[in-house]
Design a protein around this ligand. Structure first.
Ligand SMILES: Cc1ncc(COP(=O)(O)O)c(C=O)c1O
Length: 406
């Protein structure tokens, strides 16, 4: 028997202009329901070929010559590609390498040191209580290291930072504001343009963590006049486990900031191996040590898919997928509450459903090859990677949640 919702999924898949991309991911044709593309994206099938080719031709064939021939520039070349395809950033402002955590350390340290140098009264970092743990921990460490104070914005874990809250928190003492574009718990999509303007009106710099938006939600770093941004590439950019992160430093700030991990790869002339450190020009000075080239190979295949599909079409599908998940949850999970914004304009690429038993429900689902993840308090996170997820998968997954709950 066909239920109305089954008909809905089939109809939505048939009308989906991006449906053809699904078969270009490893494993997407199986019955497994993958709801965790916001933690680790599926591999792009072409990435397997590309990685093999890299090992055989570039690493195996060119050996150490690879550095001169192409790898030295890969962090900035790939950074420019990311800037063009997903970040709304002109060339020369983005580099790939290190983890998000390390980028946060380098850019927060550089920013607060600069702010204090320009105006010694600027001794506060503004950050929200539901910011991703690594951002909070790094900010705490830097505050202790540099004698600064953290000013916390208390946020509802089902929502995120609003313009009113930020306006109240910033002032003449603010050095830097650190925010997540899409909240990891609730999927709250911050108004990055407006919040950046509020930080700037208070004379502060702003750093955006784009981990949960890059590749799923349109980003316009240059248009928003963002100062600094970071983000990982293993979620919606499908770079693979531990693939390196990116850092963005607005061109107008690059000459002003001093990064704290001044390694030889950020030197103006690394192979001169001279006695003192002279930073390279531009974004290159924010690189520290040898970049993880292998970790950059797979994400190039995903970037090609993202460019082919177009980030606006990807966002449209993301909104349709999360809206469908909310609709099904309303219908099939009456005992569950939505811990994400109901308005899709305020929601990123995932949906969090709250129930006290979600931790055990998640364990049950994993055994049944339905893979969401769990975040306290009681949150089942459903991450819907737009190019690799079908509406049918959403429907089967929510039905499995209903079954596991009962
Ligand atoms: C918002 C956010 N920031 C940072 C990180 C993690 O950074 P790292 O790649 O250094 O572990 C994550 C990982 O899930 C994240 O969601």
């Amino acid at each position: 028997m066909t239920t109305p919702t089954q008909t809905g999924a089939a109809r939505l898949d048939a009308a989906d202009p991006l449906a053809r991309f699904r078969e270009r991911f490893v494993g997407a044709g199986t019955d497994l329901v993958y709801f965790d593309g916001n933690s680790l994206g599926r591999p792009v099938a072409a990435a397997a070929e590309r990685l093999g080719e890299f090992v055989r031709q570039e690493w195996g064939g060119r050996l150490i010559r690879g550095w001169d021939e192409s790898w030295m520039d890969l962090p900035t070349r790939l950074g420019d590609d990311l800037g063009r395809v997903v970040l709304g950033a002109a060339a020369g402002q983005t580099a790939v390498g290190d983890s998000t955590t390390v980028w946060i350390y380098k850019l927060v340290r550089a920013a607060v040191d600069h702010a204090v140098r320009v105006d010694p009264r600027r001794t506060e970092i503004v950050i929200d209580t539901d910011n991703f743990p690594t951002d909070r921990y790094v900010a705490e460490g830097i505050a202790a290291e540099r004698g600064l104070t953290l000013r916390w914005i208390e946020v509802d874990t089902s929502a995120g930072v609003t313009a009113e809250q930020l306006t109240q928190a910033v002032g003449e003492r603010t050095a830097l504001v650190v925010l997540n574009h899409v909240a990891y718990r609730s999927a709250w999509l911050a108004d990055a343009s407006e919040l950046t303007r509020i930080a700037h009106d208070a004379g502060a710099l702003v750093l955006w963590d784009l981990c949960h938006s890059a590749g799923a939600v349109p980003v316009a770093l240059d248009e928003w006049d963002v100062d600094l941004a970071v983000g990982c590439t293993y979620k919606y950019l499908n770079g693979g486990p531990g693939s390196p992160a990116f850092g963005y430093v607005n061109a107008r700030l690059q000459g002003e900031l001093t990064q704290p991990i001044q390694g030889w790869m950020g030197h103006a002339d690394p192979f001169r191996m001279g006695p003192g450190y002279t930073p390279a020009r531009g974004i290159r000075r924010f690189i520290s040590g040898t970049p993880p080239i292998l970790g950059m190979v797979a994400m190039q295949s995903m970037l090609e898919l993202v460019e082919e599909a177009g980030i606006d079409a990807i966002r449209d599908k993301s909104v349709a997928l999360t809206s469908y998940a909310v609709e099904l949850a309303d219908e099939l999970l009456p005992e569950v509450t939505l811990a994400s914004p109901r308005d899709p304009a305020l929601r990123g690429g995932h949906v969090t459903l709250h129930h006290d038993r979600m931790r055990e429900v998640t364990a049950t689902l994993w055994e049944r090859d339905v893979i969401p993840d769990y975040r306290d308090p009681g949150g089942l996170r459903i991450g819907l990677s737009p190019l690799s997820t079908s509406f049918d998968e959403v429907e089967r997954g929510i039905a499995a949640v209903a079954e596991a709950l009962r």
